[in-house]
Design a protein around this ligand. Structure first.
Ligand SMILES: *[C@@H]1O[C@H](CO)[C@@H](O)[C@H](O)[C@H]1NC(C)=O
Ligand SMILES: *[C@@H]1O[C@H](CO)[C@@H](O)[C@H](O)[C@H]1NC(C)=O
Ligand SMILES: *[C@@H]1O[C@H](CO)[C@@H](O)[C@H](O)[C@H]1NC(C)=O
Ligand SMILES: *[C@@H]1O[C@H](CO)[C@@H](O)[C@H](O)[C@H]1NC(C)=O
Ligand SMILES: *[C@@H]1O[C@H](CO)[C@@H](O)[C@H](O)[C@H]1NC(C)=O
Ligand SMILES: *[C@@H]1O[C@H](CO)[C@@H](O)[C@H](O)[C@H]1NC(C)=O
Ligand SMILES: *[C@@H]1O[C@H](CO)[C@@H](O)[C@H](O)[C@H]1NC(C)=O
Ligand SMILES: *[C@@H]1O[C@H](CO)[C@@H](O)[C@H](O)[C@H]1NC(C)=O
Length: 899
């Protein structure tokens, strides 16, 4: 690092100075905080360093103002700029690399090569990021001083009027509009158990990335890597702005250039990591319910699906009121209702029929004597010292489903071994519950016991957790003489907090900080673990809380890989932090059987797939809480067949909603699963593509039509893969829908008929309860299975039919990725590309994986007439303008022919 002269800095980094605004003396508010001044700076080839000094008297509103900050700016890639504002001493908490590995910026890029330009104003300190080519300012913090206190950080950026902003976890986890409100609006990050996913409140996840779409001026992304509780405020009362208000951490920004929306998705994946590829069978249809009374009820559901002829790929069980667990204790089986012999019979039956089984695991362990295998888990955890602790070294207790519980400390290096070993024992393939995949829940973490939760045992009883009272006596939750639970834990293993180790500032108000974020549960320690708990490595829950679910996800993935080392784990979690997609998928939580939740699931799914890089996502089909209705559940089956994760899930006190319960649902579900399965390889290919590059498998219309302003606010239509436009009916009892078709050529997915989009709304009538409007975008080639099947294993034996949907230029493209569908390491894969132009069809690529089936036909859409002569037999349908060319050849090598 060398000091260089200011002229050179201006050239490379755009340093300028301005005069500080005079501030009149009065009672201090945050608005009066003195801001910072840039004192000295230095730079390397691709990085810029500056010291920032508090510019006046500290205002100390929410803790102490920090005097000395450091600014680090790195041009990491041509499209990514990293801006870090932290304390010079490195004592302020930063998200640990072990939870969120930073992208490697070391190689860097020269400022002259970057598509972004950073500039800084020295006094008062502010910075801006602009596009190099157009000069368009993307982010500009001038006009509002930086505030950096021990328990509060604020930074505001100016934005153009009425910006088109998306993301910020909102659409993902806040049931708010897809395109964010830009006036008088707050989004809060603080993961919590939010039954019914109420509108406008913080829910289960923390994804602090927004996409700012400016039409023909491009799209960029801004990611803030910070895990502390936060309010993001968007308002237009002092010009349009977006303001970060966090309870701590540092400003660790990544600016992503785009300029296309998909570029931003890919650039974010470089930071958050590429999402895990899911097993092929995981894309099959799943059924679950909270409240299957016993193993016989589970067997009956499996049998009923089969009888109704609805393909059931995977059966799930919840903790259930009397579900599989004994008294709802993790790693236990109810010996009367779910005896191990019966459960193993069910799992064997499922496996014999190419079906799968999944159960739920919660992090909170029942804290009681070893009356069963679950009690054993607790005492083993105590012995291994893996639970979160109070200051006095005793295990911290909350109350969750089984009553008084303890929570694993994922930062403890021994916790992974504990978790692996509990999984090995309980899910043992030869003697235990031989699950195929995993469901993890309650990992915000949820705690039913309201703050301050001074007597969890009494709270457990008064709240009826677990519901059978005799088992929950106060003495049962305390160490009993002679029981391993009263072993004194081998002392606190916490690492002493060292200077410069980014472990968090001392002397903070950790339970109820002075700045109140808009947490729907009240203070941040309410209904979760206390935020003053110290992890074994010395970090505090105040800083790490929002990563708890993601850390459980990573630990569970490792434990699942240890069970079946060669297989890709499928894990579905409720709570997520940025980057979770590399380990897990996500269901959208405890929604309700309402049209509102049906509609909002689309925006949530788009956000998770295209913005947060967690593409294995879906909502509880037909709704979890409340009673579904005939038309809602039928429509939801049709929509849910386009969720990457397709699961019907229901609460115990709702009416039954397995699809076989009503003829209308049976009809809708069979139809839906039929087209889903014919599209399954297309979906799998899209998921694989995202795994390779971050290209989203589900996206909003503006991703494909970024210049078409009509698409910016569309939240009830979406692209499934690149080529399928889904436009569900969204109103109760309606049999018509107004859909938007961009100015482009489309084809009806079911009839193949061409539909010319006009860049206008199109009114569709007579859409029955068992139909959903779906269009193929012109320019696409889809590999479809010719027929559906009852399981994905059978589906893989079906032949392909290739559908060619030419664009306005007469050309089309597509691809098909095939592997064995489940191995972590593949011996052979096939990546087959399809191309159609100038009336010539080409299939090429690699064919190393033996697909073992044939191409039945290639169907060309939008053909005004049949060809005079063809080397193959063909059928032409003049009404739909579809030409079906019969091939009947193995899909094991190139194929080329002209029309
Ligand atoms: C937006 O600005 C108005 C006027 O200053 C203010 O009343 C409101 O609280 C602000 N909203 C947010 C979310 O900051
Ligand atoms: C894709 O998914 C696999 C399996 O989950 C994972 O190991 C891999 O890191 C992911 N990314 C790439 C680029 O393969
Ligand atoms: C905790 O949550 C409960 C239930 O929502 C609420 O009644 C209570 O006021 C909250 N307590 C605090 C301290 O925020
Ligand atoms: C659901 O329907 C059942 C049976 O009709 C009824 O007992 C229950 O109250 C209903 N639940 C709700 C939330 O409406
Ligand atoms: C939809 O139809 C049902 C059954 O006829 C009726 O009870 C309900 O009120 C209707 N809803 C609306 C919004 O019209
Ligand atoms: C699925 O199985 C049912 C019988 O349970 C059968 O009628 C149906 O044809 C099968 N469907 C497919 C696509 O093979
Ligand atoms: C991959 O090849 C090895 C060695 O031939 C074989 O043992 C293994 O079963 C193969 N795995 C798969 C998934 O085909
Ligand atoms: C697939 O196509 C081949 C060749 O035309 C045919 O022999 C075979 O029966 C077909 N398979 C199925 C499952 O239809």
């Amino acid at each position: 690092m060398t000091m260089i002269n200011a002229a050179a800095l201006v050239a490379a980094f755009g340093v300028a100075s301005a005069t500080a605004l005079a501030i009149e003396p009065r009672e201090p508010t945050v608005a009066d905080c003195p801001g910072y001044v840039l004192k000295t700076y230095s730079q390397t080839e691709n990085a810029f360093y500056a010291d920032l000094k508090l510019a006046g008297t500290p205002c100390n509103i929410y803790g102490q103002d920090l005097q000395d900050l450091q600014l680090v700016v790195e041009y990491q890639t041509v499209d990514r700029l990293h801006v870090l504002i932290k304390d010079v001493a490195n004592n302020v908490y930063q998200v640990p690399d072990e939870v969120f590995p930073r992208p490697d910026g070391a190689a860097g890029c020269l400022p002259s090569e970057s598509n972004l330009v950073f500039s800084v104003v020295t006094e008062p300190f502010s910075f801006a990021v602009a596009r190099k080519d157009s000069g368009e300012t993307l982010f500009n913090t001038s006009g509002s001083d930086l505030v950096f206190e021990s328990q509060y950080l604020r930074l505001r950026t100016q934005l153009p009027d009425q910006p088109h902003l998306y993301g910020l976890d909102m659409t993902g986890e806040h049931t708010d509009p897809f395109m964010l409100n830009t006036s008088d609006y707050t989004r809060t990050f603080w993961n919590r158990d939010a039954y019914g996913t109420p509108a406008g409140s913080n829910l289960y996840g923390h994804h602090d990335i927004y996409f700012d779409h400016r039409g023909d001026k491009g799209t960029h992304g801004v990611f803030l890597l910070n895990s502390n509780g936060a309010d993001i405020k968007i308002n237009d009362t002092a010009g349009q702005y977006l303001e970060y208000n966090t309870l701590g951490g540092v400003f660790d920004f990544y600016f992503l250039n785009g300029p296309e929306p998909r570029d931003v998705s890919r650039q974010y994946a470089e930071i958050a990591k590429l999402p895990a590829l899911q097993p092929y069978w995981g894309l099959g249809y799943h059924n679950c319910r909270y409240g299957y009374q016993d193993a016989y009820a589970v067997a009956e559901v499996i049998a009923n699906y089969s009888k109704a002829g609805i393909p059931l790929e995977t059966m799930w069980t919840d903790i259930v009121r009397k579900d599989y667990m004994e008294l709802r204790r993790t790693f236990s089986l109810d010996p009367e209702r779910f005896p191990i012999e019966r459960v193993r019979e069910i799992v064997d039956y499922l496996h014999d029929h190419q079906q799968h089984y999944i159960v739920m695991v919660d992090p909170a362990m029942y804290a009681g004597p070893a009356t069963g295998p679950s009690g054993g888990a607790y005492s083993r955890g105590v012995e291994q010292n893996v639970f979160l602790k109070e200051d006095n070294g005793s295990v911290y207790h909350g109350v969750v489903w089984p009553g008084v519980t303890a929570f694993p400390d994922w930062f403890n290096p021994d916790t992974q071994d504990f978790w692996n070993s509990e999984f090995q024992m309980f899910f043992d393939a030869d003697s235990g519950v031989d699950i195929d995949a995993l469901w993890i829940d309650m990992n915000e973490p949820s705690n039913f016991c309201t703050y301050p939760c001074s007597d969890p045992a009494a709270f457990a009883i008064s709240s009826g957790n677990p519901p059978a009272p005799p088992e929950v006596r106060p003495e049962s939750v305390r160490p009993i003489s002679g029981f391993p639970g009263d072993f004194q834990p081998p002392g606190l293993q916490r690492r002493a907090v060292q200077d410069g180790a980014m472990m968090g500032l001392p002397d903070r108000e950790l339970l109820d900080p002075p700045y109140h974020i808009n947490n729907a549960a009240g203070i941040i320690s309410n209904l979760t673990s206390n935020t003053n708990l110290v992890h074994s490595n010395g970090l505090v829950m105040y800083d790490t809380h929002d990563m708890y679910g993601s850390m459980m996800s990573s630990a569970s993935r490792i434990a699942m890989e240890a069970r079946r080392p060669t297989k890709r784990p499928l894990i579905i979690t409720r709570s997520t932090f940025a980057g979770a997609g590399k380990d897990v998928g996500h269901w959208l939580g405890d929604n309700l059987s309402t049209w509102f939740h049906y509609r909002i699931s689309i925006a949530q799914m788009i956000a998770f797939s295209s913005m947060f890089q967690i593409p294995m996502v879906g909502a509880d089909i037909c709704g979890f809480g409340g009673n579904t209705t005939d038309s809602l559940c039928a429509r939801w089956a049709l929509l849910g067949a386009f969720y990457p994760f397709m699961r019907n899930h229901n609460g115990f006190d709702s009416i039954a909603q397995e699809f076989y319960q009503k003829p209308l649902w049976t009809e809708a579900a069979k139809y839906a699963i039929d087209y889903r399965y014919r599209l399954l390889d297309y979906l799998y290919t899209a998921m694989w593509q995202q795994n390779q590059t971050g290209d989203p498998s589900i996206s909003a219309l503006y991703f494909t039509y970024p210049q078409d302003t009509n698409t910016f606010n569309i939240s009830e239509q979406f692209f499934f893969g690149d080529s399928i436009l889904v436009s569900p009916v969204v109103e109760e009892n309606a049999t018509s829908v107004d859909i938007y078709l961009p100015n482009d050529i489309f084809y009806d997915f079911f009839t193949y008929e061409p539909v010319q989009g006009q860049g206008a709304m199109l009114h569709l009538d007579n859409v029955s309860y068992t139909e959903i409007p779906v269009h193929i975008k012109g320019g696409s080639i889809l590999p479809l299975r010719t027929n559906s099947a009852n399981t994905t294993t059978e589906l893989r034996k079906e032949n392909f039919t290739i559908v060619v949907a030419p664009g306005t230029d007469g050309a089309a493209k597509g691809q098909l990725y095939v592997d064995d569908g489940e191995s972590l390491v593949q011996n052979a894969t096939s990546l087959i590309t399809f191309d159609y132009s100038d009336k010539k069809f080409d299939m090429a690529g690699t064919f190393d994986y033996d697909v073992g089936v044939s191409v039945d036909a290639v169907i060309f859409l939008g053909q005004a007439q049949a060809p005079a002569v063809m080397g193959y037999g063909f059928d032409y349908n003049a009404t739909s303008q579809a030409l079906r060319v019969n091939i009947g050849q193995p899909l094991n090598g190139p194929l080329s022919f002209s029309l």
